[in-house]
Write a protein that binds this ligand. Sequence first.
Ligand SMILES: [Cu+2]
Length: 67
Amino acid sequence: MYQFNVPNMTCGHCAGTVQRAIKQVDGQAEIKVDVARKLVEVRSSAPEQSIGTAIREAGYENSLIAR
Ligand SMILES: [Cu+2]
């Protein structure tokens, strides 16, 4: 399980964009987005770097805060 801080997520649209980006890396990923806390939890077998890069390329800077 990876936990990313995604500070620029502000609404449901952002959350959807981030989720779609992660699904492109791993269609089986389980994703929980907490917009208020700027947190994205991902359960995936994909490397965390691939997920972080996908989120960034979708327009959202992020950092891994737990794994
Ligand atoms: Cu938004």
